[in-house]
Ligand binder design. Structure first.
Ligand code: GDP
Length: 485
């Protein structure tokens, strides 16, 4: 007989609670046993806004469902993958990644880029594998589930906020906005902050105006190519748009910071943002990731200039910290578990001729080394590569003033005209970019010039379903899941 009993917190549990607990234990045991037979690998896909997450996941899934363009995936080359299929995703509270809609956009007769990531979403892809070697006749096929979790990299950049007070964060954000590279973007918001009286009683319309001006500055900074634009939900609010937890902005501390003042209200909302938004994300989603790919629009940052590259380096260092928090780091207490492998990928490599890809990868590696030094990194296995989730260009060579010029040809997003161009040469030595960036240069040295157009997605070749044309997606898949197949 089951009697009502006391929980560890001393609260009396009813029969229904106990039955629920028992059901949960059985459920956990069953899913644990099932997981032993059908392992689940959770792969996080992140990167800052416009880094290419949506296109990457769409291409990864399309190219795993139809593997004709995936020769670098060993299990495929060895004929071990007998089937791949999409499954209902196991988490009822996370939106499903809109794979079919995104693929339709890219495969339409007049293809267009799908809507970018604005929040967390997930998709489960399962692979059925044939046994190999001696066990072939004794074992049946096995199934591996791959849960792909898409989330904005901006959310990782919120991590430093957890260890800051509102006063510290405000001082830092105001100082950053006053730097030469950002000041022009922050003029309106800084003027409103100067006019505000943080020690006066809270006036909600004024609070909203300050939060709106601060958000406009963050968006402008993002638009100018800066990566560090926390708090992340101000850029990508999802369904939190307009909520009090997002209606605050940095303020200088007044002499008396009572709770009824504007400052007091913002301080409370900042703490609510940390507790109710940042922590649950790390605890409920981030903590469960096994492997991670961080997509980096390195070409876009180079195109935006030295300040954007330096900012990207700082952002990568913050992102690394979230993957390997030190012993005393606040995140260690929230998550406990650590990711095993992280792939850093420079996206949109189809913008440059393949002869420049090693330079792009070397640039990302150098950026990563600096970020690792800054984050005192001793963590998981990492690798860097350059890829294009969807190849929107073809290559061609031409002779110009006696020299061979290597071009990429594609349709411009703006106007749809077909062009062949040479976006600029990446330097062989990444230090030629990283040093001016670190030294605060406002423009690249004279001999480095770089221009990156936005290409439209390519017209599909035929109506038959097949994987999407890509560059090194098979290498990325091999790193992320190859050893589990
Ligand atoms: P997200 O914000 O990280 O989800 O970024 P998206 O995946 O939506 O990509 C942002 C934009 O980058 C797209 O709309 C495309 O213009 C461009 N893009 C992404 N991946 C590729 C690629 O592989 N090749 C090219 N040429 N452009 C890409």
């Amino acid at each position: 007989m089951i009697k009502a009993q006391k929980s560890s917190k001393g609260k009396r549990l009813g029969i229904a609670d106990i039955a629920d607990q028992i059901a949960r234990v059985i459920d956990d045991t069953q899913s644990g046993a099932k997981e032993l037979m059908e392992p689940v690998l959770r792969i996080g896909v992140t990167g800052l806004s416009r880094a290419g997450k949506t296109v990457f996941i769409t291409s990864l899934v399309a190219n795993l469902l139809d593997r004709s363009r995936m020769p670098g995936l060993q299990a495929e080359a060895e004929g071990r993958i007998s089937a791949t299929f999409l499954q209902p995703q196991p988490d009822d509270t996370i939106p499903r990644f809109a794979y079919e809609a995104h693929l339709r956009a890219l495969n339409a007769p007049a293809p267009f880029w799908p809507d970018s990531t604005s929040s967390i979403s997930q998709l489960r892809l399962s692979l059925r594998l044939r046994p190999v070697g001696l066990l072939r006749s004794m074992r049946g096929q096995r199934v591996v589930h791959i849960d792909i979790v898409d989330y904005p990299g901006e959310w990782l950049l919120d991590l430093p906020l957890l260890k800051q007070s509102y006063e510290q964060w405000s001082a830092q954000a105001l100082a950053l906005a006053a730097t030469p590279a950002r000041h022009a973007l922050a003029t309106d918001w800084l003027a409103q902050t100067d006019d505000a009286a943080p020690g006066a009683a809270l006036d909600e319309p004024q609070a909203q105006a300050l939060a709106a001006a601060f958000t406009a500055y963050l968006l402008a900074a993002r638009g100018a190519g800066f990566s560090n634009c926390a708090p992340g939900r101000f850029l990508l609010p999802g369904d939190l748009k307009g909520s009090p937890a997002l209606t605050f902005a940095p303020l200088p501390r007044p002499a008396k910071a009572r709770s009824s003042t504007l400052y007091g209200a913002f301080e409370r909302r900042f703490e609510a943002y940390k507790k109710q938004i940042i922590k649950p994300f790390f605890r409920d989603h981030f903590a469960r990731i096994d492997r991670q790919i961080v997509l980096v629009d390195a070409l876009g940052a180079i195109d935006s200039g030295p300040a954007a590259v330096d900012d990207l380096r700082a952002a990568l260092s913050e992102i690394l910290t979230s993957f390997r928090p030190g012993k005393n780091h606040i995140l260690s207490r929230i998550t406990g578990k650590r990711v095993e492998k992280i792939l850093f990928a420079a996206t949109k490599a189809d913008h440059i001729h393949h002869s420049q890809h090693p330079r792009l990868t070397a640039f990302l590696e150098a950026l990563l080394t600096e970020a690792k030094d800054a984050a005192n990194w001793k963590g998981a296995e990492t690798e860097a590569l350059s890829l294009a989730a969807l190849r929107a260009t073809v290559e061609q060579s031409t002779r110009h003033e006696g020299e061979v010029l290597e071009l990429v040809r594609g349709r411009l997003q703006d106007g749809g005209k077909e062009v062949a161009l040479h976006p600029g040469d990446l330097p062989a030595d990444p230090a030629r970019l990283l040093t001016p960036a670190r030294q605060g240069a406002l423009v690249w040295p004279g001999d480095i010039s770089y221009h990156l157009p936005v290409f439209a997605p390519p017209k599909p070749l035929d109506a038959a379903p097949h994987g999407l044309a890509h560059i090194r997606m098979d290498k990325a898949a091999a790193f992320l899941l190859g050893d589990k197949l």
